[in-house]
Design a protein around this ligand. Structure first.
Ligand code: ADP
Length: 292
């Protein structure tokens, strides 16, 4: 089983020819509300890719909270440890332009309430094979989850997004770090992915730096870094590409696939995701991944 300790947000997405500059108003073409949050997205991606998934987190007691919970359950994600907190759910305000690029403001809402884990969460993590985490929950909860997992030999995967400086206390409990190019540069102080990977390997034993359309760079301590190319596709919306990649990666690793096979599976899933609008709505099912 895969446990996801992370955020649920309602994505409020405006599609526009071009994103507004500072102080500018542009008229958009289309608006959608789509269940999201990096945690929930990774949970849905993993469930659709064929994983048995449990979501640990919190939604608000507003209408979005109900929709978010329903969305996860509909995807087959276990929500027994998805709490309902007083106040608004998390929201992400997203602008997608005609090149498929996005700009995002996240307001944490209920996600910010989860500062510590209870015995139920700790037990659920301990009973899993893998724990997926991101940085949209309070760092105290992330550190606690990572420590609990590590203590039980549960493999931990961290997506360091939104990127922020991390303590050794957290790094020490991470088995695999999966930053995108920008996050890798921020965390390592090195723009070049190979150089960034070498710095990050001082902190964690394995790193996958995702490089958008260029694919990803895998590096492990004591081994040669390997560049995996992404399938060549036409991107219409890259929102959720990284989360789809990680969710599918976790499923493949959990099934015992070697890294190269797991990355190929994850890359196929992410390439399918970028060809459709939205995040959770565009994540592929296992049959589609295997057919691609
Ligand atoms: P994030 O979405 O977190 O910013 P990336 O942009 O690096 O992360 O994308 C994550 C993964 O999604 C990439 O490693 C790649 O496998 C896939 N991907 C992203 N953009 C494209 C694209 N234009 N074509 C094919 N695959 C893509």
């Amino acid at each position: 089983r895969i446990a996801v300790l992370g955020s649920t947000n309602m994505d409020l997405v405006a599609y526009t020819a071009r994103a507004p500059g500072r102080g500018e108003t542009v008229t958009g073409r289309e608006f959608r509300t789509i269940p999201g949050g990096k945690g929930a997205n990774q949970a849905v991606a993993a469930a659709r890719a064929g994983g048995e998934v449990m979501m640990i987190g919190a939604v608000g007691d507003d209408a979005y909270g109900t929709l978010l919970r329903d969305g996860l359950e509909h995807a087959g994600v276990d929500t027994d440890l998805l709490h309902t907190a007083e106040g608004p759910s998390g929201t992400a305000h997203i602008v997608v332009d005609d090149t498929g690029s996005n700009a995002i403001v996240v307001v944490p809402g209920a996600n910010g309430v989860l500062t510590a884990l209870g015995p139920g969460e700790i037990a659920a993590i301990a009973a899993s094979e893998l724990l997926l985490m991101q940085l949209e929950l309070p760092l105290s909860a992330v550190v606690e989850g990572a420590r609990a997992a590590h203590a039980q030999g549960v493999r931990t995967i961290l997506t360091p997004s939104p990127v922020q400086p991390l303590t050794d206390e957290l790094y020490d409990h991470i088995d695999l770090l999966v930053p995108n190019e920008h996050e890798a540069a921020e965390l390592s102080g090195q723009d070049e992915p190979h150089a960034a990977a070498q710095i990050l390997l001082r902190k964690v034993p394995e790193v996958i730096i995702t490089l958008g359309a260029k694919g990803c760079l895998y590096a492990a301590r004591g081994g040669e870094p390997v560049l995996f190319e992404a399938p060549s596709v036409t991107a219409v919306d890259t929102t959720g590409a990284g989360d789809t990649f990680v969710g599918a990666l976790a499923v493949a690793l959990g099934e015992g696939r070697p890294v190269a096979g797991a990355v190929a599976f994850a890359s196929s899933a992410a390439a399918l995701c970028v060809q459709k609008p939205g995040a959770s709505t565009s994540m592929p099912y296992r049959s589609e991944i295997e057919a691609s």
